[in-house]
Design a protein around this ligand. Structure first.
Ligand SMILES: *Cc1c(COP(=O)(O)O)cnc(C)c1O
Length: 400
């Protein structure tokens, strides 16, 4: 039997069985559903996207996979070259992984070993944000700050090698002043914290973080697994504030195949580049640089530019502000909108029980969690489709 994610198997409601998917639509045997959350925020151009699908098929006719240990191939070379030229600054060194969690693990390992390779073994601590989510593997859970997902870590007690701060400049300045000698990196989901509750914060915080990281020689890591590829309205937040290490996942292949990448700048790469074998990065996911995934990612990046995604996301944000911006209800704590993310936070999680079925009956697939009712739509929606999603969200409150 299938063991489903984040569910109590004994009480979970039966999942909807999808028999087909195309564009922004999921099809069950008897329903057509507009996907309002892009399959965990990854299917940014919709399902069965023709260019991405063609790129995968074309590559599959040659080979689907060869390992990257001692072998290389065109799709992975082309993708890494494309990323190096497309990403800002000297974020040029691409380490591929099969999932976002693993790519974050790699980033954290890089940051730790960066200092070990330079002989600074005292920098053991990760600085992260309150309400952070960086994945479900062990070190990413520790960097995360989300007991709803990671309560299991409580059995270990307090983790001595991670500190969490709120997204406030005074707290940031304080922790750097007090603890900079022990810090190896500061990892953030820039501007938009997704799984921690669609929390949004100001770019000034990241600008100050960049200054402090430079001043005290701490590596700045952007986990853009969720925010990358346009979600915040920026192509990448890294275009505005440049990190030392950038992690991409989810939208990388247009959500067509799982893949992720940890991209380091020259300074980080150079700390590993040496005659000494022990200075190498000892990591290698079996399916890293998978040829189908690389072909899909390359097509996805080309599509991003062709579709002018930032302009589309700006339009989605404009419609969201118009439709949801002023929406109030005594049971709503806050409505938050940024780029292609709109979230209604309610006071009581119980209020959202039944929403999924309510939306289903109105032709929308949604998956609220905790106190968050949100939309992270594929970028290809028409205005009519977009407005329908927001209307269903509002109707839930109006029905009393
Ligand atoms: C989803 C997510 C991850 C984990 O990615 P997986 O592919 O699910 O392992 C890491 N960081 C952020 C910010 C995410 O949203």
């Amino acid at each position: 039997m299938i063991w489903y994610p984040y569910e109590q198997m004994k009480t979970m409601k039966a999942p909807y069985e999808i028999v087909d998917a195309e564009g922004p639509y999921l099809y069950t045997k008897d329903a057509k559903l507009l996907d309002s959350i892009s399959s965990w925020w990854s299917v940014i151009y919709g399902y069965r996207q023709p260019q991405i699908t063609a790129a995968i098929c074309k590559q599959a006719e040659k080979f689907s996979h060869v390992m990257l240990g001692g072998l290389t191939h065109k799709p992975v070379e082309e993708l890494s070259e494309k990323l190096a030229s497309w990403l800002p600054g000297d974020l040029d060194y691409c380490f591929f992984s099969d999932s976002g969690s693993v790519a974050v693990e790699v980033a954290l390992k890089m940051a730790l070993q960066y200092y070990v390779n330079r002989g600074e073994t005292g920098r053991k601590t990760i600085l992260a944000l309150e309400h952070a989510y960086h994945g479900d593997t062990f070190k990413t859970m520790a960097a995360g700050d989300d007991e709803d997902y990671h309560f299991i870590l409580q059995v270990y007690g307090e983790n001595p090698y991670v500190r969490h701060i709120p997204t406030e400049i005074p707290a940031l300045e304080d922790v750097f002043a007090r603890c900079h000698e022990e810090l190896n990196c500061f990892i953030v989901e820039p501007l938009l914290q997704g799984a921690g509750g669609m929390r949004m914060y100001d770019i000034a915080f990241l600008q100050r973080a960049r200054e402090l990281c430079d001043e005290y020689g701490v590596l700045l890591i952007f986990d853009e697994v969720a925010t990358g590829f346009g979600r915040t309205g920026h192509r990448f937040v890294a275009d505005v504030v440049l990190p030392d290490i950038l992690v991409l996942g989810k939208g990388l292949t247009g959500g067509h195949i799982g893949h992720a990448v940890t991209v380091a700048n020259k300074k980080v790469f150079d700390a590993f580049y040496d005659e000494a074998p022990e200075k190498a990065l000892m990591h290698g996911p079996t399916f890293m640089g998978n040829a189908l995934a690389c072909a899909a990612a390359k097509a996805s990046i080309e599509l991003f530019d062709q579709l002018n995604v930032p302009a589309r996301v700006a339009h989605i944000e404009e419609v969201a502000r118009r439709e949801l911006g002023g929406f109030t209800d005594p049971r709503i704590r806050e409505v938050r909108i940024m780029g292609g993310c709109a979230c209604i936070e309610v006071y009581d999680a119980k209020l959202l029980a039944g929403y999924q079925q309510f939306a289903y009956e109105r032709g929308v697939f949604a998956r609220p969690f905790l106190t968050y009712l949100y939309a992270m739509v594929p970028y290809i929606l028409t205005d009519e489709e977009l407005i329908h999603i927001f209307s269903v969200m509002k109707e839930w409150f109006r029905r009393g």
